[in-house]
Design a protein around this ligand. Structure first.
Ligand SMILES: NC(=O)c1ccc[n+]([C@@H]2O[C@H](COP(=O)([O-])OP(=O)(O)OC[C@H]3O[C@@H](n4cnc5c(N)ncnc54)[C@H](OP(=O)(O)O)[C@@H]3O)[C@@H](O)[C@H]2O)c1
Length: 303
């Protein structure tokens, strides 16, 4: 873990789940951080991004801002591309003109996810949905504009105390529904935003470039993740969880069947392995005051 020691960070997307965790960690570690909300700086406007970047001259710009609603993106294609592609390119353009480095957050959705082994940074991409396509185009432009002054951090299945995510949705459904249906044929590595925020700050100090995969360790299905949330949460009811296939669930956007990451590059850069997804879940539930009393086990099935 590093401390701020004079590093100035400009953060886009600071009100989102990852951005909020990043703001909290940066504060604790005495980084100088400025995080405009989207009504102050819309990243799809180069003029607005450049104006603030010129004013601040940050050492590091972190872009957590994105259109993240995967299903809505199928029908809101224009706005999704404007934020995830144009917005990312605008931030890179501003950094290229003003100086400094950029960390851009991307996603497992850039992969088709048809394999069964953890995905490496150089594996062939091939998004199945509009969100993934727009994020991939954003990655490509950021790297083209900034070359070795940019780092793309791909992550997966984020959950944090802010915003709507799988954990907060499950806690709500457990309280409201008699039965909860969860997809059991997509394998993921659930990643706690608090852990990732710490990793991003550490990577910011290393000056690393290229692409790095960063997710919590281990692979599980959404169904088994839901069972683990129910088993560990003090808020959850005993609502039965019914496993269903992606086809039965019928969401508008297709998703990868297997999207866990190989984090060997991250481990070697930081000199430590990611925490497990079970530990990430425990810390999230602790953060929101919803962890079952000591002794409660995490029974989520590791695949
Ligand atoms: N959520 C996941 O499961 C997941 C998985 C893998 C990767 N990622 C990536 O991780 C990053 C963070 O995701 P997240 O889940 O923390 O996102 P989030 O909670 O949906 O937050 C998105 C953030 O982007 C901001 N934003 C949206 N449009 C903007 C615009 N035009 N200009 C400036 N800011 C804008 C939002 O601000 P307002 O609230 O003011 O609109 C919000 O702060 C994204 O790059 C995402 O692609 C997410």
């Amino acid at each position: 873990m590093v401390t701020g020691s004079g590093m100035k960070i400009l953060l886009f997307g600071g009100s989102g789940q990852l951005g909020y965790s990043l703001k909290m960690q940066a504060q604790d570690l005495n980084f100088e951080l400025v995080a405009p909300v989207s009504s102050e700086v819309d990243i799809s406007s180069l003029e607005q991004v450049l104006f603030l970047t010129k004013q601040l001259k940050p050492d590091l710009v972190v872009n957590c801002a994105a259109h993240t609603a995967i299903d809505k993106a199928e029908v809101q294609q224009e706005v999704c591309w404007r934020i995830n592609h144009r917005g990312a390119a605008n931030v890179a353009q501003a950094v290229s003109l003003v100086g400094g480095r950029m960390i851009h957050i991307s996603t497992e959705q850039v992969f088709p996810g048809t394999g069964t082994t953890p995905l490496r940074e150089g594996d062939p991409t091939g998004p199945l949905n509009v969100y993934g396509q727009s994020k991939l185009a954003g990655e490509q432009d950021v790297l083209q504009i900034l070359a070795d002054r940019a780092l793309i951090v791909r992550t997966s299945a984020l959950h944090g105390q802010r915003g709507v995510n799988f954990v907060s949705t499950m806690l709500k459904l457990f309280a409201d529904k008699d039965e909860v249906r969860v997809v059991n044929d997509q394998k993921v590595s659930p990643t706690w935003a608090g852990w990732l925020a710490e990793v991003i700050l550490d990577l910011g100090r290393t000056g690393t470039s290229g692409v790095v995969h960063a997710c919590c360790e281990g692979v599980t299905s959404w169904y088994d993740f839901a069972c683990a949330i129910r088993d560990c949460s003090s808020l959850a009811s005993s609502a039965p969880i019914k496993p269903v296939s992606s086809a039965e669930f019928g969401r508008p956007a297709r998703r990868p069947s297997f999207s866990a990451f190989d984090c060997a590059r991250l481990t070697s850069l930081l000199g430590r392995r990611p925490i497990s997804w079970q530990e990430g879940l425990k810390r999230h539930l602790t953060e929101v005051g919803a962890l079952k009393a000591a002794g409660a086990g995490l029974k989520g099935k590791e695949l």
